[in-house]
Write a protein that binds this ligand. Structure first.
Ligand code: URA
Length: 204
């Protein structure tokens, strides 16, 4: 596929992109977050996983998927024969959005305008890494990558077209599994998620 040069930062590297992201003020979320959380992984990764936004731990550490959802994701990736270190992991929104509850920072869902503003960075990560397949974890990533806000549970397990015709495999977010109160439902949904990741791997 031909690259879209207009989207590339000057030096065309992930490090340069990270530096630009750190100065981002395209939406208000940078004001309250600790730091930007850029994508990470090999610059030539075949598979890119896109989450929603950094959580509390990610915001503090500056790395994606290092909190509870990330630990669950790591486990299930390993069970699906995928090694986190070989994947490019990133988020649709690169600053943590939260509401204060006492001293606790509670996750708040990004709005469409924030998702749209941050798509600028996700598109550049895609241009630089040029993965063969992108996996959208949950509704926010799906919205960013496909432009559609249709319910993710109806679409999960299917492939839709993303930026530049890139195939986007849709599935749920690992936090969805953590939030299920019923252990039986959680186990069933975790197995479905594992099957989705296996299916995504088959498409590589
Ligand atoms: N959830 C996400 O979507 N991304 C992270 O990096 C962590 C939790």
């Amino acid at each position: 596929r031909p690259k879209a040069p207009a989207l590339l930062p000057e030096t065309g590297s992930l490090a340069a992109l990270h530096a630009e992201e750190a100065a981002c003020a395209r939406c208000p979320l940078h004001a309250d977050a600790t730091q930007v959380v850029p994508g990470e992984g090999p610059p030539n990764a075949a598979l890119m996983l896109v989450g929603e936004q950094p959580g509390d731990q990610e915001d503090l550490q500056g790395r994606p998927f290092v909190g509870p959802a990330g630990q669950l994701l790591d486990d299930i990736l390993a069970q699906a024969g995928l090694d986190r270190r070989e994947l490019f992991l990133t988020n649709a929104v690169k600053h943590f959005k939260f509401a204060l509850k006492g001293r606790r920072r509670i996750h708040a869902s990004p709005a469409s305008g924030e998702i749209a503003a941050c798509r600028w960075w996700l598109r550049q990560e895609i241009e630089l890494v040029r993965p063969r397949l992108v996996v959208a974890l949950g509704a926010t990533a799906a919205e960013s990558l496909t432009g559609s806000r249709e319910g993710i549970l109806k679409r999960r397990g299917t492939i839709e077209e993303g930026p530049e015709g890139l195939p986007v495999f849709l599935t749920v977010h690992p936090s969805f599994l953590l939030r299920l109160p019923d252990p039986v439902a959680r186990e069933m949904e975790t197995e479905r998620f594992r099957q989705d990741l296996l299916a995504a791997r088959e498409h590589l």
